[in-house]
Ligand binder design. Structure first.
Ligand SMILES: Nc1ncnc2c1ncn2[C@@H]1O[C@H](COP(=O)(O)OP(=O)(O)OP(=O)(O)O)[C@@H](O)[C@H]1O
Ligand SMILES: [Mg+2]
Length: 256
């Protein structure tokens, strides 16, 4: 079979993860389509961060973590010994809860990954900076200050620069772990608008504690509880007509 467009960008099967002896994920089966936003919801400690960090092998950086299961990312076996994690993390970019700009200029932040990949041509870098900052909806605010420190920006602006830095390396999949929970409402709104603008072009997985955020921006929602995936469906279904009583209780605010 050649050139068949894959329906899913990522298919994960029977994902289990242990921190030392403690099993934190008990066999997650979850697929993600080529485009659009999937929200991961669930109470604190349900395994949302553990799961998405497994997707770009962030746990490789910790001791004592064991991961099993299959992870097929557009034909790449994520945990194959031959898979290069630097390349993988370019293809699967991640935005964290706390904005984490490097202590460099805005420009240097955005080109960081490209320079790491050996790109030196100034016109290529300039173009990538403008394109990525536009995609992250922050170009107008910073275009005259590109050589000022990114640390001088507000938290919400820093988060959009962090997003631009990730977008600059042209990822295929974006992971966002509570990207707005450290931000004020206006900045959160800006990030949401930005993600909505990207949803036709990217596959995104966003962890959120905000039911309203999940319902505003996601196409699909997956509910995690105690290291299990309880159910995944269109966001509308999960919020209006979930299959499981546990999902119903969570989305209606009865626990978590
Ligand atoms: N580094 C670690 N070492 C040991 N246990 C961990 C570690 N990180 C997470 N855990 C445990 O794994 C389980 C899942 O945690 P995880 O951080 O994935 O939850 P979460 O759904 O992201 O929660 P939150 O909404 O609070 O961010 C919890 O029981 C947690 O205590
Ligand atoms: Mg978490």
């Amino acid at each position: 079979m050649t050139d068949t467009k894959r329906e899913n960008i990522l298919e994960t099967r029977d994902v289990k993860l242990w921190y030392g002896q403690k099993e934190a994920l008990h066999g997650i089966n979850l697929n993600f389509p080529q485009k659009g936003i999937t929200a991961l919801i669930g109470p604190s400690g349900s395994g949302k961060s553990t799961y998405i960090r497994a997707l770009n092998r962030m746990h490789d950086l910790e001791d004592n973590v064991t991961v099993t299961g299959s992870f097929n990312f557009n034909g790449t076996d994520i945990y194959a010994p031959t898979t290069d994690t630097v390349d993988l993390r370019k293809r699967i970019g991640m935005v964290f809860q706390q904005p984490n700009p490097f202590p460099f200029s805005i420009y240097e932040n955005v080109v960081f990954g490209l320079k790491l990949a050996g790109i030196k041509d100034k016109s290529v870098l300039d173009e990538a900076v403008e394109k990525s900052l536009k995609q992250a909806s922050i170009w107008e605010e910073v275009k005259d200050d590109l050589h000022k420190s990114a640390l001088g920006l507000s938290g919400g602006q820093q988060q959009r620069v962090s997003l631009a830095r990730v977008l600059a390396t042209a990822p295929e999949l974006l992971l966002l772990d509570e990207p707005t929970s450290a931000l004020d409402p206006v900045s959160s709104h800006n990030i949401e608008e930005t993600l909505l603008n990207l949803r036709d072009d990217y596959a995104m997985i966003i962890v959120t504690h905000s039911m309203s955020q999940a319902s505003r921006i996601s196409d699909r929602t997956a509910f995690f509880l105690n290291g299990d995936l309880i159910e995944v469906d269109t966001t509308k279904h999960i919020f209006l007509n979930p299959q499981s009583q546990e999902t119903q209780d969570y989305v209606s605010g009865r626990f978590g």
